[in-house]
Design a protein around this ligand. Structure first.
Ligand code: G1P
Length: 291
């Protein structure tokens, strides 16, 4: 087994309908939490976990914006340097991903998360394991969530996903584990169900948008079978590998914000503002006016 994972897939072709009209011209992964777009948090988390190649599965509009954000802007850099804005220049440079480590492929139809990952198949070598990050799920954690998962993967191999317990009435929003063993931190599963009705859910342990996947998942994604909601589900393809590939869910240390929802997005902004020491007391005082 190769003991290093160097590639991450970001499925970012979604329409972001819940945030329209904000997401009409700005794709949802470019929405900022304070001073960085969601996608940058995801890239930084991946980089912190040792990822070297960043593969974006895009729609019609967003490749150009992602290239602009992660590419080098010589005019901006020169202006910042001229004005001796060294801190700003450093932050801009930290955000860049240089060629040849940035890659794009297109998902031209909204056929589901499994389909989005399948669209990136040509970037993954035979037998290679890789990471998937859904930038909507923003995780505040040190070390980052993917780094925590890498440790589990180095010990146990197979598929590793981030998990969280959710209230039973919310199982129909997540991929849910059919748990066989659980030590309170790492759960082993013998199956997965995508968005089950609460009454039918095998547990309340749900998949959060972080995956380390064995390349054999493509054997099943290749078949393009549809599942819940008529979409090609990543959860179903992973579940079909479970007899051959061990499956572990990690309850990571950290806070997850569902930035695909209005309340989660607001909470993330508050949490990341409060985490900036020079802003904390001002933000706290202003929040009091509303609470
Ligand atoms: C996707 C996955 C689901 C997972 C969730 C995590 O669902 O299909 O299994 O639990 O992400 O955020 P989506 O949120 O795209 O509907």
């Amino acid at each position: 087994m190769n003991n290093k994972i160097t590639k991450v897939i970001f499925p970012v072709a979604g329409l972001g309908t819940r945030f329209l009209p904000a997401t009409k011209a700005i794709p949802k992964e470019m929405l900022p939490i304070i001073d960085k777009p969601l996608i940058q948090y995801a890239v930084e988390e991946a980089r912190g976990a040792g990822i070297e190649d960043f593969i974006f599965v895009v729609g019609d509009l967003n490749q150009a914006l992602l290239e602009a954000h992660f590419g080098e802007n010589k005019t901006l850099n020169a202006t910042l340097a001229d004005r001796q804005k060294t801190n700003e220049l450093k932050r801009v440079n930290e955000a860049s991903i240089l060629a040849p480590n940035i890659h794009f492929c297109t998902q031209d139809q909204p056929l589901g998360l499994g389909h989005a990952v399948w669209c990136a198949r040509d970037f993954i070598d035979a037998g290679e394991s890789f990471a998937v990050i859904l930038p909507d799920d923003l995780i505040q954690a040190t070390p980052g969530c993917l780094s925590q998962m890498m440790k589990v993967w180095q010990d146990r191999g197979g598929n590793v996903v981030a998990v969280e317990d959710v209230p039973r009435e919310m199982t129909n929003r997540y991929g849910i584990l059919d748990v066989t063993e659980d030590d309170g931190r790492i759960a082993t599963a013998c199956g997965l169900v995508e968005k089950p009705d609460p009454a039918a859910a095998p547990s309340t342990l749900s998949i959060i948008g972080r995956y380390i996947l064995d390349g054999r998942v493509f054997d099943h994604l290749d078949k393009q079978q549809t599942g819940a909601g008529g979409e090609i589900q990543l959860t179903d393809a992973i579940s079909k590998t479970i007899e051959d590939v061990a499956f572990h869910g990690l309850r990571f240390d950290g806070l997850r914000f569902d930035c695909g929802s209005m309340a989660g997005f607001v909470e993330a902004n508050v949490a990341f503002a409060l985490a900036q020491k020079d802003q904390e007391s001002d933000v706290r005082a202003r929040l009091k006016r509303h609470l």
